[in-house]
Design a protein around this ligand. Structure first.
Ligand code: ATP
Ligand code: MG
Length: 211
């Protein structure tokens, strides 16, 4: 049995065509089913539905053989010990610094003063500002980062954007790009050795479909 870990929502939706290219069609829709283990059209493949940040954990410990995880998650929570053979080119977005429309970010970071930054990507944010030589006090949030600058919790946020609609709706704008992102296939290293005959054709099919 091959177990593939995915998060529902964007990643699952955009992974559907890639899975199909390997002959894998889920028997249930994770948006409407409460099942966390989904059987598929292939008797030897099942999908498990976990939080986006939990995907690398399941794969690292071998509870899943493969997983689909955003590069944001791998960068923030560590891709160590995971084989990352493929950029699936889905769930594309950008990690950015965003601030209120009226905030003079260039001036703020030039001054040598301190910047208060709210984010759930604390590691990514600290690394970014340290590399720029900017003193940043990073406050960890768990969601709705856009609210932080609007309430005085922070000057700026570090978050993902794709269309920018959420930022605009909250009168924020991207003031700096940190990195372009997309979802990656991750593979448990022991599983790759032990189940190579079953896993390699999946990697090949995903690689063809993602290119
Ligand atoms: P939740 O929203 O339930 O708190 P989450 O934010 O971890 O959980 P998603 O919003 O589904 O889950 O994001 C999952 C992954 O999809 C992210 O880790 C990122 O790689 C990608 N992603 C997030 N936001 C966007 C976006 N706006 N455009 C494209 N991809 C995105
Ligand atoms: Mg989200």
């Amino acid at each position: 049995m091959i177990t593939i870990a995915l998060s529902k929502g964007r990643i699952f939706d955009e992974a559907v065509p890639l899975l199909e290219s390997a002959g894998i069609v889920a028997r249930d829709d994770p948006e409407t089913s409460r099942k966390l283990i989904l059987r598929t059209s292939r008797r030897d493949v099942r999908l498990i539905i976990v939080r986006a940040t939990d995907v690398p954990i399941y794969v690292r410990y071998g509870a899943a053989d493969l997983g689909v995880a955003g590069k944001d998650v791998l960068d923030e929570h560590g891709g160590a010990g995971l084989y990352q053979p493929l950029d699936l080119k889905i769930a594309r977005c950008r990690m950015v610094v965003a601030a209120p429309d009226g905030f003079d970010y260039r001036h703020a970071v030039k001054q040598g003063g301190r910047l208060r930054v709210a984010t759930k990507y604390v590691h990514t944010a600290r690394e970014h500002f340290a590399a720029k030589g900017v003193h940043a006090d990073v406050i960890r949030l768990h969601g709705s980062m856009e609210l932080a600058p609007l309430t005085g919790l922070a000057d700026a946020i570090v978050d993902l954007v794709s269309t920018g609609r959420t930022l605009r709706a909250n009168r924020l704008k991207a003031v700096e790009e940190i990195a372009p992102l997309s979802a990656r296939l991750i593979v448990n290293q022991a599983a790759l050795k032990l189940k190579r005959p079953a896993i390699q054709p999946l990697l090949d099919a995903f690689a063809r479909a993602a290119s």
